[in-house]
Design a protein around this ligand. Structure first.
Ligand SMILES: C[S@@+](CC[C@H](N)C(=O)[O-])C[C@H]1O[C@@H](n2cnc3c(N)ncnc32)[C@H](O)[C@@H]1O
Length: 291
């Protein structure tokens, strides 16, 4: 048996690797699951607390005869929806997100030597998956490491996952803001960003983030996005910046909100989709505005 660090499934350890794809299922006794955290942990906590309070309040009204049965029913009625949404968000973070990232990255035909940027890498999910696909390439992950967006969010958590995946030597982590990337123009072959841009507070700043992603992408390079709520606007911003939308998926409902995969190819030239002066407050359509 030859042991080497290599790519494998999300459940492999670095210590024991067998040659060949898929072989890590043979080393189940040495498995360590990577932990990519819980998205929007405060929202999940709030939904669980509110759902439990509704259910307990309804039970108390019923048990202690504090009002009509209708009051108890009214109090109880939001509880299943709140608790179901919390459970769906947990499933989305723990299972759905992993599948979504694998699907998103498979929309690009990997050569294997790409230089990749993951914007808002969090605990490293897309960065690690990209490092596996770009087997002789290199990945840079940038983030502001905000705990309210992702539980346990830190460079150390991302590094631990990258080490467990056997790709730690091919990933760099940089603290930076998506709206002001500290990289030269045309520096990356592929830029990926998952569940990140919607966290940026304003439409203008989100537009700057898309513009920055395109700036650091080389001409002919590919920008892969999965995000909720505003993704069709990113497609319009990219087109306004002179890029080509290769694919905008049908919406999915991860995290109980509409989310889309978006594949963009950068052309030879790029204009700004959103100079501060040019974005109208109404978001009116224009090649120089960001809707
Ligand atoms: C929901 S998490 C997703 C993390 C990771 N992409 C994933 O799929 O697991 C959103 C991430 O975006 C980061 N983030 C939010 N605003 C940012 C900004 N302006 N610049 C860089 N990162 C940002 C957060 O710190 C967080 O790590």
């Amino acid at each position: 048996m030859i042991i080497l660090p290599s790519s494998g499934s999300a459940l492999c350890t670095t210590e024991v690797w067998l040659i060949g794809p898929g072989n890590c299922k043979n080393v189940a006794s040495k498995r360590t699951a990577m932990d990519y955290g819980l998205d929007a942990p405060g929202v999940v906590r709030g939904l669980v607390i509110l759902g439990c309070l509704c259910a307990l309040g309804a039970a108390a009204v019923r048990l202690f005869g504090l009002g009509q049965p209708i009051l108890s029913a009214l109090l109880f009625s939001p509880a299943p929806g709140l608790l179901f949404t919390a459970a769906w968000m947990i499933w989305s973070s723990r299972v759905g997100k992993l599948r979504m990232v694998a699907k998103l990255l498979s929309l690009y035909a990997w050569r294997g030597d790409e230089v990749v940027l993951d914007i808002g890498c969090g605990r490293g999910l897309a960065a690690i998956e990209a490092a596996r696909r770009a087997g002789s390439g290199y990945v840079v992950g940038i983030d502001r490491w905000r705990g309210r967006d992702l539980s346990g969010n830190s460079p150390d958590a991302a590094r631990t996952n990258a080490r467990a995946a056997g790709v730690v030597t091919r990933i760099s982590l940089v603290t930076a803001d998506a709206t002001q990337l500290p990289f030269a123009m045309n520096a990356f072959d592929v830029v990926v960003t998952t569940i990140t841009v919607h966290n940026i507070a304003t439409r203008l700043e989100r537009c700057h983030a898309i513009n920055e992603a395109l700036r650091v992408l080389r001409p002919g390079g590919t920008l892969l996005i999965f995000d909720i709520l505003y993704t069709p606007r990113y497609a319009r911003a990219a087109v306004a910046a002179g890029a080509q939308v290769v694919r905008l998926s049908a919406p999915s409902m991860l995290w109980a909100l509409p989310g889309w995969s978006l594949v963009i190819r950068k052309s030879g030239t790029q204009s700004s989709c959103c100079s501060r002066a040019s974005v109208s407050t109404t978001g009116a359509a224009s090649r120089s505005t960001c809707r």
